[in-house]
Design a protein around this ligand. Sequence first.
Ligand code: UDP
Ligand code: MG
Length: 231
Amino acid sequence: MVIPAYNEEKTIKNTLISYAGFLKDSFDKFEIIAVNDGSTDHTLREIIDFGCVKVISYSQNRGKGYAVKRGVLMATGDYIFFTDADCSFAPDNIRNAVLIMEKGLAKGVVGIRENRDSEYSLSRRILSAGLKKLLGVVLKIDNPDTQCGFKGFEKKTAKQLFSRTRVWDFGFDIELIYMSEILKIKLEKLPVTFRHRRESKVNPFLEIWRILRDIFIIKSKGVLGGNANKI
Ligand code: UDP
Ligand code: MG
């Protein structure tokens, strides 16, 4: 389980408690990798005090996409998941996701937030609706919730996809899904319950420009070329 964290001193400890508890009860072996993405608060101290997790930490804030990439490339488990540090997604979603992959129904599972609309502001909902339309037209992506913060993959698929991602901020989810479609990797959509725990770090108006830039990068550079391994 990879957990990216940027200024999450108030939330990270409870998230680690609930994920570690669930994983311990449900699997013989597991690892949690917490990635401190250049936090300026006490996130790193909270992670270290909790113990029992592998830690990646660097001083400059680089974005969720970069943080998740670093964590996934370090991960060793048969199934590699990532989720948000504010525990927006209940850990037991992992059980259904692993079952889907164990049965061979898909190489990865992407969450779809069922109750998203009731949890977000109007501006964020307008941004999401616009993004969905744009992704359908420009990248031919058929996914109603590319930005969902709960996703998991078989190890080989996770490494294959994340060794190629180049988008460092929130657009990396789009790149992942686009790449899977190009590479014909089957991902199953899993409805997940979502609880918006605290103020988002997403500024909808700033994010519009970043995501447009990311879509341009994804579309123009394709998924196979470039120096994608360099991080
Ligand atoms: N995050 C990160 N680096 C950043 C911004 C966010 O690692 O520069 C992490 C954040 O700590 C959280 C996840 O990405 O674990 C999702 O961020 P947030 O909750 O702000 O986004 P939202 O839930 O609104 O999509
Ligand atoms: Mg969040």
